[in-house]
Write a protein that binds this ligand. Structure first.
Ligand SMILES: C[S@@+](CC[C@H](N)C(=O)[O-])C[C@H]1O[C@@H](n2cnc3c(N)ncnc32)[C@H](O)[C@@H]1O
Length: 317
């Protein structure tokens, strides 16, 4: 259980041994590029071509949010960020989390990294990052999005390293206990967008709600184990509708993380902009409101001595 070391001694050449995670390397990316591999997620086709970014951060108007209501109408397209991976999160979200909850050189983990948004931001902000995705194609895509040079004048904190794995978020066996400084992740919302076509075991996006929640509980347990005491775990969670009624998926996610031992530090309401209609295909034609918000839960792994004092933040009812 000592594949990826604690951040103080984090070395990108460490090789994970447990858990079935497999690293996606530059060689893998080059081989996929030679084969001309195109990646299809949901109905969107994505290429692995190299990028030459012109910008390496948000424009100067960006202000770090100060309230529990976050809204980023311009979703952010600096570096290699593109909005075309279905359900990806705006880079403003991991940027804000990384700046608030970590120091340069610390270790950030996104165990459901999709197109690699969290990893790109970590690198730009001088943090080290590890990402995994159950879908080997997504892991390749995130590796491709990390394949760009950053001029040193755009690296106020130095350059972070980032590694990408094909791996399952329910098994973080590559990390020792208490070795990660921030977990920041955005799970699928119980079969709303399907990220694979049924060929990949363990894909949360293909699980019915009860199984999905069981898997989320396991993700939460593992996230709790690998985090250093006192550190944070941020999870973006959305809800959906079935038969024109509200399905509070986010509450299931909240309760899974509390059950794992976390305390709730923040419940941020994140406004959704330009939603594709997957969740709201019926919008306007029925008797309900369009869903236009998500919850960004920020959990903390409390120190043992704090637990009693924080008991009102350890459960929901
Ligand atoms: C909402 S997307 C994440 C998007 C990401 N934040 C981004 O900006 O691109 C959720 C991801 O979870 C992945 N996933 C589903 N089940 C998983 C599992 N058991 N372990 C790891 N990743 C999983 C999906 O393949 C998908 O890429």
């Amino acid at each position: 259980m000592h594949g990826i070391a604690a951040s103080s001694t984090y070395a990108p050449e460490d090789t994970p041994r447990a858990s079935g995670w497999t690293e996606v390397t530059r060689k893998d990316l080059e081989a996929a590029r030679r084969r001309g591999l195109r990646i299809v997620v949901d109905d969107v086709e994505l290429g692995l071509e190299p990028f030459r970014p012109k910008a390496f951060g948000p424009n100067q108007e960006f202000e770090v949010p100060r309230t529990t209501l976050w809204s980023f109408p311009d979703r952010g397209s600096w570096a290699t960020h593109r909005g075309n991976y279905r359900g990806n999160w705006s880079p403003y979200i991991p940027r804000t989390l990384i700046l608030k909850y970590t120091e340069p050189g610390q270790l950030v983990l996104d165990p459901m990294c999709g197109s690699g948004t969290t990893l790109v931001e970590s690198r730009l902000l001088g943090r080290n990052a590890v990402g995994a995705d159950i879908n080997p194609d997504a892991a390749l895509l995130s590796r491709a999005r990390l394949d760009f040079d950053i001029p040193s004048e755009h690296l106020p904190w130095g350059e972070g390293s980032a590694r990408t794995f094909r791996g399952d978020a329910t098994n973080l066996g590559v990390f020792s206990d208490g070795s990660v400084d921030l977990v920041a992740t955005h799970p699928p919302y119980a079969h709303i967008i399907k990220y694979t076509r049924g060929e990949v075991d363990g894909d949360l996006s293909r699980m019915a709600f009860p199984l999905f929640l069981e898997a989320i509980e396991q993700v939460a347990k593992e996230a709790f184990r690998v985090l250093r005491p006192g550190k944070h775990c941020a999870v973006l969670a959305g809800d959906t509708r079935k038969h024109r009624h509200y399905v509070p998926v986010s509450l299931g996610i909240l309760s899974s993380f509390l059950k794992a031992g976390f305390v709730l530090k923040e419940d941020i309401i994140k406004a959704q902009h330009n939603m594709k209609t997957t969740r709201e295909g019926w919008g306007g034609r029925y008797d309900f409101y369009l869903l236009a918000h998500e919850h960004l839960f920020i959990f903390r792994k409390p120190l043992d001595a704090e637990r009693a004092g924080l008991r009102w933040s350890t459960r929901w009812w």
